[in-house]
Write a protein that binds this ligand. Structure first.
Ligand code: ZN
Length: 235
């Protein structure tokens, strides 16, 4: 009985540690990058130091480290297939960013298993679970090459590389979507603040968040997850 009690206490300790790490990660990631660019300089060094310690402690305890921040109540993940319209208007673009036609297309609806089969685990967590990838894991190749960033789930054109800018956040950032029709912006009230969640109009994939502290000409900043998109280079 005594041994059992000790092992249960250890389990509780590990659980507590994970909860602490998870919560701290959420707050720090979002505090540094998901609210205002102005907070970044002051908070980054301290946040990174404490996070590194906690990651080390958590990994040592259970040999586990994961790279996602989950909203406590995923905003778009709550949407079910029944919530989506059957058809949506989508503007089609060539890989060189040339606007083609506006088409009425069938909404892409798949089961969770189907999405898991199609997507990498990283892309699944972000797009279907409203997760956020760690900053500075941008894997989009040729980041300033000419081309179009497309939805990793359904290939809808989302951003033209000509609107990409260096935000310093560690996430690919754009000052405008390629077409307003192709994305959906909704209020995200998680973490006690109001942000704008950005998703793909055709398949409801969570892409990232929108802010109004971007550069000219729009003053907007679309802060995206790189794993939510595929870069289609123009040739
Ligand atoms: Zn999509």
């Amino acid at each position: 009985m005594k041994e059992r009690s000790i092992s249960l206490n250890l389990l509780d300790f590990v659980r507590g540690l994970l909860r602490l790490r998870s919560r701290t990660d959420e707050v720090e990631s979002l505090g540094v990058n998901m609210f205002s660019l102005n907070q970044k300089e002051n908070q980054l060094p301290r946040a990174m130091g404490r996070r590194s310690f906690l990651i080390g402690a958590g990994a040592a305890a259970v040999g586990l480290a994961y790279g996602y921040v989950h909203t406590s109540e995923p905003v778009r993940a709550a949407a079910t297939s029944a919530d989506l319209p059957k058809k949506v208007w989508i503007v089609e673009f060539s890989d060189s960013g040339q606007r083609k036609t506006v088409m009425s297309l069938t909404t892409v609806m798949k089961t969770e298993d189907e999405w898991r089969k199609q997507l990498s685990p990283d892309s699944f967590e972000v797009t279907r679970r409203a997760g956020t990838e760690r900053a500075y894991t941008n894997e989009n190749p040729n980041e300033h090459a000419k081309g179009v960033f497309r939805c990793i789930c359904c290939e809808t054109a989302l951003f033209d590389s000509s609107t990409k800018f260096e935000s310093g956040t560690g996430w690919p950032s754009f000052w405008a979507p390629i077409a307003k029709e192709n994305i959906l912006e909704t209020a995200d009230n998680s973490f006690g603040t109001v942000r704008t969640a950005v998703s793909c109009r055709r398949c409801d994939a969570h892409l990232g968040h929108g802010f109004d502290d971007g550069p000219t000409p729009t003053g907007l900043r679309y802060c995206m997850n790189s794993v939510a998109m595929r870069f289609a280079r123009a040739y």
